[in-house]
Design a protein around this ligand. Structure first.
Ligand SMILES: Cc1cc2nc3c(=O)[nH]c(=O)nc-3n(C[C@H](O)[C@H](O)[C@H](O)COP(=O)(O)OP(=O)(O)OC[C@H]3O[C@@H](n4cnc5c(N)ncnc54)[C@H](O)[C@@H]3O)c2cc1C
Length: 461
């Protein structure tokens, strides 16, 4: 169903619910909602509806249900797996207007935020009141709390604080049948059955539309130290990541980069080369805690082999200057071409063998393609980005996912499945697990109107 086919009666009813200003149909106006961040997923024209309250969200869902019209919830549209784009003519339900945020509840160390609140705003609000929100990612100024819950976003500090699921104390959500479940009390102990908030984490908009969330905050560390460490080889960097994880108690982030990525970032962003010579691999390492975290970092680095050079910073400006080499990767790769973005998780002992086999696998299915490798590697996460392959050529994705399965990994570490990976979700989930997923979906969304084309593989043989 394109916007041309969208039932005019449905559009009129949506206008009744949210007002004419918040039902967008003009192609130019909706273009930004129909194209993903990478440019790989672009949908035909569609209607965008922008409710301003939970009640309006419920009324929009109920209206679409009565017309049998499918919905794609959307937050900041920074998702990387084509999950928030109306590729099948769905109505886009934008949550960005739900951007209210409470004061910090200092007794519990929690805060309540509307689904459309960006992670940047959440972090800044917490910081003003002496707290920190532990989930951090380079898309922080656009990605929303609703979107990060729906994708169970990971990011830079999972190593220490866990993923989004670990922060979520409560959720308010509108289910596919129009009912609203509200679990925002924030009780640290509430052992009364299923934990509904957890179910929405990683559900990719298939079970309910998150309208608000209550999340736990952390106390910000008094001291942070960041090091950019160059290694003689990728193997040495991977071994160091695992060793640091084991030995450094204040470790907060360990990010892998390789020579090609650093070179590209320097070229695209005009940054100075970090060291006089290029090196095969780099780790961006951060410790945080009391002032002794510098000693922790020094001791950790002294115990690993293969270090070729290092730059260490403990003031904000120089730390930021080191982080920008890592945080500019996604943007810089986009300038080379539309990437296939495969975010993978491997058991730590399998990482070296997987990284070793990857270029050969690519050369077989996509000769001439360029491989860009980086990731939150101390958690076993690798971002495998490939440019020089047609957007709709999935042979490469398939080959890499099978290699991941051979090494007992997961086809998604943090971005989710979306439309891009749904064909291969059975490589990471058993048939019985997928059957349980379908039962949950049917219970929460009996008419199957919430993001019906993501996550679960198409039914049938
Ligand atoms: C530069 C860059 C860096 C990134 N780094 C990371 C990273 O380190 N770690 C990481 O995990 N991700 C990362 N991402 C991916 C992305 O930012 C995350 O997936 C993020 O969680 C998406 O949030 P969003 O608000 O943009 O959601 P959207 O892109 O709008 O939507 C993502 C999915 O969530 C669903 N959804 C959105 N809002 C709701 C809602 N309120 N209720 C129900 N479903 C909803 C959508 O239907 C879709 O399936 C990065 C992206 C970019 C562009």
């Amino acid at each position: 169903m394109s916007v041309v086919d969208t039932d005019p009666a449905l559009v009129r009813r949506l206008v009744d619910v949210v007002g004419a200003d918040h039902v967008l149909a003009d192609d130019d106006v909706t273009a930004g909602y129909r194209t993903d961040w990478t440019g790989r997923f672009v949908s035909p024209p569609s209607v965008v509806v922008r409710p301003g309250s939970t009640e309006e969200v419920a009324a929009v869902v109920e209206t679409c249900r009565s017309f049998g019209a499918a919905l794609v919830p959307q937050g900041g549209n920074t998702g990387l797996v084509g999950g928030g784009i109306p590729l099948h003519g769905e109505v886009v339900l934008s949550l960005r207007r739900l951007d209210g945020i409470s004061e910090v509840d200092a007794d519990s160390g929690q805060i309540v935020a509307g689904a459309g609140t960006t992670i940047g705003t959440l972090q800044a609000t917490a910081a003003e009141q002496g707290w920190a929100y532990a989930v951090d990612l380079a898309s922080r100024d656009s990605a929303t709390i609703g979107g990060t819950i729906a994708t169970n976003a990971g990011g830079l500090r999972v190593l220490r604080y866990g993923d989004t699921r670990a922060q979520v104390m409560g959720v308010e959500a509108v289910l596919g049948d129009g009912r609203t479940v509200t679990a925002l009390s924030g009780l640290y102990r509430n052992n009364t059955g299923y934990h509904l908030p957890s179910l929405f984490c990683g559900s990719e908009g298939t079970l309910g539309v998150v309208t608000a969330a209550r999340v736990r905050l952390a106390r910000p560390p008094s001291h942070r130290v960041t090091a950019l460490v160059a290694f003689t080889g990728v193997d040495a960097a991977l071994a160091a990541a695992v060793a640091l994880r084991r030995t450094v108690p204040t470790l907060e982030a360990v990010e892998l980069m390789v020579a090609a990525g650093i070179e590209l970032v320097c070229e695209v962003r005009g940054f100075p080369r970090p060291f006089p010579e290029a090196h095969p691999a780099y780790l961006l390492v951060e410790t945080a805690g009391p002032a002794t975290s510098l000693d922790d970092l020094d001791a950790g680095l002294a115990s690993v082999a293969g270090i070729a050079d290092a730059a260490v910073a403990d003031d904000a400006a120089r730390r930021r200057a080191l982080w920008r080499y890592r945080e500019s990767h996604t943007e810089a790769i986009n300038t080379v071409g539309t990437p296939h973005k495969l975010d993978l998780a491997l058991p730590l002992p399998e990482l070296p063998a997987f990284v070793d086999r990857l270029p050969g696998q690519l050369a077989t299915v996509a000769p001439g393609a360029r491989l860009w490798l980086f990731g939150h590697v101390a958690d076993g996460n690798l971002h495998v980005n490939v440019t020089g392959v047609a957007d709709d050529d999935y042979a490469l994705d398939e080959a890499v996912f099978h290699l991941v399965a051979e090494h007992h990994g997961s086809i998604s570490a943090e971005h989710g499945i979306g439309t891009a990976k749904r064909r291969w979700v059975s490589l990471s989930r058993t048939a019985d697990e997928l059957a349980a997923f379908r039962s949950l979906k049917a219970a929460f969304d009996p008419d199957g109107i919430l993001n019906p084309h993501v996550l679960l593989p198409p039914a049938g043989p």
